[in-house]
Design a protein around this ligand. Sequence first.
Ligand code: ATP
Ligand code: MG
Length: 345
Amino acid sequence: MQDKSINILGIETSCDETAASVVADGQIVKSSVIASQTKLHEKYGGVVPEIASRAHIEKIHPVIAEAMEQAKMGKDDIDAIAVANQPGLTIALVVGVTAAKTLSFAWDKPLIAINHLHAHLQSAMLSEDKLQLPAVALIVSGGHTCLYDYHSPLEPKLLGHTIDDAAGEAFDKVATILKLPYPGGPSIEKTAEKGNPDAIKFPRSMLSRDSLDFSFSGIKTAVLYYCHGQDMKGQNKVDSMSAQQIADIAASFQAAVIDVLVKKTKRAAEKIGAKTVLLGGGVAANNKLRTALQKMCHNTVPPTKLLVAPKQYCTDNAVMVASLAYYKFKAGIFADLTLEPKASG
Ligand SMILES: Nc1ncnc2c1ncn2[C@@H]1O[C@H](COP(=O)(O)OP(=O)(O)OP(=O)(O)O)[C@@H](O)[C@H]1O
Ligand SMILES: [Mg+2]
């Protein structure tokens, strides 16, 4: 047993949250600070990269300082600096990467590069000690929808991904069509509570028989046609719809997306004989998705264990970055000061 805990400072700036956190031994959250930019992007109905980057520059120092203060730690208590350097908006990522490189140099601490998506996946592992393998992991976020064959935190193997829109993106776009408030995912979920999920049969795109890829652009277009007419020349019916009609569309859309996510995860779990299913990313905060996956796992013979990211760690945060970095630290996988942000990953 090691006599001293390994404390890692994690930094996250891949999109519209400036976040810093200190996590001990990959699981004990000492601090978590998130400065959300939702209010700044609200009026544009989506994230504006230049505005995001500028806000990260303003917030990065106070956010890191607060994370250190909350953790009651000074630089001598920190063993490494970790940063999400891919994938994401390059001009947003560069702010976190520059801060991390600067601290690594000034404090003389090792630097650890983290893949933001693998970190989302790590959120589901926060309270788990003994992961039963093989495991399938589903990441559903604003920019990605991915299934992984998960053997270890360091080597998730991609099994399938979206060929067009991400699940979160579809939630956001449909919320815009329905004129619901930004951000779209939570708005759709709330509106759907009063709706009938069977009211409208929106398409479920399963692609080919064995495919583990996703496609959500068809369902988004189906909602658009439903609201504006097939020729897109008619009036926007949303303005004259009752609250119940809007709720029915939201509930039917949500049910269709969840149906596809659950069926594809089941398909992947069967393919690799999974004993565990992991769920992470912003859309993983959706209660109906959590319940539907839980039901699928429970009904599998023998039942599969579902590990879900705690709600506060579904959307972007730095806890997941610092937590995953612990495994890289133990494996001696470090970056150097030439580290660059990367849009893809
Ligand atoms: N309760 C919810 N139901 C459905 N979707 C949700 C819910 N809460 C958040 N989302 C969606 O999650 C997405 C944000 O998640 P996240 O922060 O993980 O994405 P991102 O960081 O922008 O993208 P990526 O991680 O792919 O780079 C948004 O699309 C949002 O609408
Ligand atoms: Mg994210």
